[in-house]
Design a protein. Structure first.
Length: 111
């Protein structure tokens, strides 16, 4: 990870999340899973009163979710290149003020 590609990818994911954060939400979270050639991502929103809600069917930002899934594959690959144990789960929560948290899960998904 010394070349900074991992932080560039995480920054890009954060930018995507900020670009689709609706006015009625203060936090947007992406929960994703990734493997060598597959990833998925799901979005969750939090209102100012703490209520969790989701994008509606008609306003779901599918292109953004697809781009994030592709970035998760890239991120997992970049982070594994230095010999680190590969992760499978990824969660990133971005606040309206731009602060964020990132967590990784190293437990393989159960089928």
């Amino acid at each position: 990870m010394p070349d900074g590609r991992d932080s560039d990818i995480i920054t890009r994911i954060g930018q995507i999340l900020m670009s689709i954060l609706p006015d009625n939400a203060v936090t947007i979270t992406v929960n994703g899973e990734a493997d060598v050639d597959y990833a998925n991502a799901a979005l969750e929103l939090r209102s100012p009163d703490g209520t969790v809600f989701y994008f509606g069917w008609d306003d779901n930002p599918d292109d953004a979710v697809d781009e994030i899934a592709d970035l998760l594959i890239d991120l997992r690959q970049v982070m594994a290149e230095d010999g680190s144990e590969p992760w499978y789960g990824f969660t990133m929560a971005v606040q309206r003020d731009g602060t964020f948290e990132v967590d990784f899960s190293y437990e393989p998904p159960t089928d």
